[in-house]
Design a protein around this ligand. Structure first.
Ligand code: ZN
Length: 105
């Protein structure tokens, strides 16, 4: 019986430092599953993309303007009619851009 297995058997991945089971450590030559499989880099890359997107949203004035329009649109059914002509045009163009971005993904 292996009743004395405890968390003190956990090891750190030699590549990324993640806490992994000793069995995983031994099986993967000291690496966690993502490092062993080579998916760690893509996980980090997608995390980085999220962070970049967040920074973009925090700092980009046109994003803020877009959020303002979306917010006003949601407040009332006639929201779109409260937009000025310039805002309507911006909304339509941005919406089209976003839709085509989504379709490319
Ligand atoms: Zn790792």
């Amino acid at each position: 019986m292996n009743s004395d297995i405890s968390s003190s058997d956990d090891m750190n991945c030699v590549e990324c430092g993640a806490l992994i089971l000793k069995a995983t450590f031994e099986r993967n030559e000291g690496r966690c599953a993502p490092c062993k499989l080579g998916t760690r880099k893509s996980i980090d890359a997608s995390r980085q993309r999220c962070e970049e997107q967040r920074q973009y949203e925090l700092t980009n004035p046109s994003w803020k303007f877009w959020q303002n329009l979306i917010g006003r649109l949601g407040e009332q059914n006639e929201g779109f009619n409260t937009f000025s002509d310039a805002e309507k045009q911006y909304f339509a163009v941005t919406l089209l851009g976003r839709v085509s971005e989504m379709m490319l993904v």
